[in-house]
Design a protein around this ligand. Structure first.
Ligand SMILES: Cc1cc2nc3c(=O)[nH]c(=O)nc-3n(C[C@H](O)[C@H](O)[C@H](O)COP(=O)(O)O)c2cc1C
Length: 363
């Protein structure tokens, strides 16, 4: 099925405007008769945040923003699917065009701006699949015009904790003006205190729901000191490093690179992996990390794990490589385990963090 998709559907999707192609891909997943996937090799099994993952490869937030196809995505073989970002109220996001494929750079720029069908619609879909198994996390964000953004996050935690495997607090999208300022120490401390408090309140009925924090790769290292310190003291369960970047590496060649928005894909790999390693050394094993940004091969997946990721997430790589990327990563991880005579990926996590942080800063 994956081979068929990659041979037929992907070339077709590339002929469309990127946003139309994305809608079409979602529609295909809604109606495709997907067989149950073969069980993953036991050596790929990963435990993090109190959850068991059949493999460590996740679909990053932003592909299935409205939770339309989480079960189809699990059937394709992802170990976790993060739906969202969802905002409390429906909102349209920015005007089109707002999604750009940089073919020459194997990159994507998006300035979607949290287009969301809103919490009611997404909640209904997740509630309908509750108990179906598989790890489905929800990524939450504030409405652009929220009077109090912290209140938005607290409400979303309360509503989604009962139906999601985990909740990601996304304060790192570059496309909602001012959102990333919530990464500043005083604001973040207040936000996380109230978010974790809300999680504790609902835990009595919903059970424990891990809360993760997703950060931008564009933080300064002194901001990162603060963010990790606060995440540790407020006892979040993990962090995702990270979101798209507003930087434009000098290597970009595609004419679309001039578009504003968040850049993802291959040119993000070095920066995102450096920030992951910097986060790993600051977290000192207190909680696990999810590494995202620029994974487009088995090699870059393993490098992400070695830089400090217990789990990884992919998005842009799928645009260029198709679902064969997922198969390739699984195969590459198993080949590494065989070569090194290991029986779990645990021993790779963070082995290169110190050396990555000693390199010159990626440009
Ligand atoms: C089109 C698009 C939409 C995205 N939307 C979201 C989003 O709604 N919420 C979020 O936290 N991240 C979003 N992201 C960021 C991804 O989840 C991921 O962190 C980032 O793209 C880096 O991974 P990649 O290089 O594998 O794409 C989006 C990325 C893309 C390309």
């Amino acid at each position: 099925m994956i081979g068929l998709y990659d041979r037929l559907a992907r070339p077709l999707l590339h002929a469309f405007d990127p946003e139309d192609a994305h809608r079409l891909a979602i529609r295909m997943l809604k109606f495709a008769p997907l067989p149950r996937p073969a069980s993953d090799d036991k050596r790929l099994a990963t435990r993090a945040f109190g959850l068991n993952f059949s493999n460590p490869i996740g679909l990053a937030a932003g592909f299935d923003k409205h939770a339309e196809v989480p079960d189809a995505l699990l059937r394709l073989g992802f170990g976790l699917v993060e739906v969202g970002t969802v905002t409390p109220l429906p909102q349209a996001g920015n005007t089109r065009p707002r999604l750009f494929r940089l073919d020459a750079d194997r990159a994507v720029i998006n300035r979607l701006g949290f287009n969301s069908e809103g919490a009611d619609a997404v909640l209904k879909r997740l509630a309908a699949r509750a108990g179906s198994g598989g790890i489905v996390g929800i990524n939450i964000g504030a409405n652009r015009d929220a009077a109090d953004r912290v209140v938005d996050y607290v409400n979303l935690i309360e509503r989604f904790a009962p139906v999601a495997s985990y909740v990601t607090v996304n304060i790192s999208s570059p496309n909602t003006p001012g959102l990333r300022n919530m990464q500043q120490a005083a604001v973040l401390d207040d936000l996380l205190a109230r978010v974790v408090d809300a999680r504790e309140r609902v835990a009595r009925s919903a059970g424990p729901t891990p809360v993760l924090l997703k950060i931008a790769p564009d933080l300064s290292l002194s901001d990162l000191d603060d963010v990790v310190g606060i995440a540790r003291s407020r006892r979040v369960d993990g962090m995702i490093v990270g979101n798209t970047t507003v930087m434009r590496p000098a290597s970009l060649r595609d004419a679309e690179a001039k578009e504003s928005g968040g850049l993802s894909g291959r040119p993000l790999f070095a920066l995102a992996t450096r920030m992951l390693a910097e986060t790993y050394v600051r977290v000192e094993g207190v909680f696990p990390l999810i590494g995202a940004g620029g994974i487009d091969s088995g090699k870059t997946a393993l490098a992400k794990i070695r830089a400090g990721a217990t789990l990884i997430q992919i998005y842009s790589g799928l645009v260029f490589r198709g679902l064969g990327l997922l198969t390739e990563i699984k195969r590459a991880l198993l080949t590494a385990l065989e070569r090194d005579r290991q029986d779990s990926l645990k021993d790779y996590v963070g082995t290169d963090a110190a050396s990555v942080t000693a390199e010159p800063w990626p440009r």
